[in-house]
Design a protein around this ligand. Structure first.
Ligand code: NAP
Length: 282
């Protein structure tokens, strides 16, 4: 069996765990593959992707800040990618890129499976409106949450995300400055990359939290520290990082490319062991 080429594109990308995760899945499933990390700034991503395809690239993951550009470069996109307007998984078919997003499915699988949460009817606050937020918002709605409030530093991006969701009865955007007036939430999801800037902490009104609130950061490792520290000090019942989502979204992408669903618990446990030294990149 020849070795197929896969990669993850991002900027920066050096600390990505995706090569390690996909290599572990490949070994587990007996599928030989090459999976590398490729740094591509936004203005060089299209050329880098074509180069990768010309060199035999069969599929790739895409991470920040490239997910929305990736969507624009795909000839076809799955319905969930169209709803998100962002892609994290591209597959080469008949000389064209087909886009999908596995972030939302990965988050929901981690929360409902590994963490045992029931998302139904929950009031959810989503912080952020970048590529990851766009991926997880439709999946949270599909999982049966009661209400989704999207807040982003740049409010126009929150408005655009909510418009794309097309569920005015359940999904709204609000201003960051108005967090204090939004009431409390049973699930608070941090989908911003703010925690990557280690020079600043995370602050938000305590009024967002009630005794059942669960806080989830899509980040993991050092980048998750500020938000999770706030969540614990604010009295959240649970504070969950994005490591489980990372492994689950990778498993979903692996299944798309190879037609086999890998088992995730052993890979998750291995990464959790190393967690204290992790930096984020996916
Ligand atoms: P992105 O497209 O670059 O979006 C970044 C988001 O963070 C935007 O909403 C941006 O707001 C916001 N932001 C950045 N700096 C901020 C600050 N100082 N204060 C407030 N908001 C700030 O990135 P992305 O792809 O959505 O990824 C977001 C994060 O999720 C990343 O750190 C990534 O590692 C993580 N992630 C994890 C997984 C996983 O599997 N665990 C999957 C996907 C993403 P503006 O619109 O105002 O710029």
């Amino acid at each position: 069996m020849s070795t197929a080429r896969f990669a993850v594109f991002g900027h920066p990308i050096a600390q990505s765990l995706s090569p390690r995760i996909h290599a572990a899945f490949g070994r587990q499933c007996g599928i030989p593959l090459e999976y590398t990390a490729i740094d591509a700034p936004p203005d060089g991503f299209a050329a880098a992707l074509e180069c990768f395809a010309a060199d035999g690239g069969r599929g790739c993951n895409v991470t920040l800040p490239l997910k929305e550009i990736a969507f624009s470069l795909c000839t076809q996109a799955s319905s969930r990618a169209q709803r998100a307007g962002a892609c994290n998984t591209l597959t080469r078919r008949d000389g064209q890129w087909h886009g999908d997003t596995t972030d939302g499915a990965g988050l929901v699988r981690d929360l409902t499976g590994r963490q045992g949460l029931d998302l139904r009817a929950r009031r959810v606050l989503l912080l952020g409106a970048g590529g990851a937020a766009r991926g997880v918002a439709p999946a949270l709605l599909d999982a049966g949450i009661g209400e989704l409030v999207v807040v982003n530093r740049t409010p126009e991006r929150a408005d655009a995300l909510v418009d794309a969701l097309g569920e005015p009865g359940r999904a709204h955007s609000r201003y960051w400055e108005d967090l204090r007036e939004l009431g409390d939430f049973e699930l608070i999801v941090n989908a911003t990359s703010a925690g990557r800037d280690q020079s600043s902490g995370f602050t938000a009104p305590l009024s967002l939290v009630n005794s059942r609130s669960v806080a989830v950061d899509l980040n993991y490792g050092e980048a998750a520290i500020p938000f999770l520290a706030w969540a614990r000090s604010a009295g959240c019942l649970e504070a969950i990082d994005g490591l489980g989502m990372l492994v689950e979204q990778a498993a979903e992408a692996f299944e798309l490319w190879h037609g086999v669903r890998p088992l995730t618990d052993a890979v998750y446990a291995e990464l959790r062991e190393r967690d204290k030294t992790l930096a984020t990149a996916d």
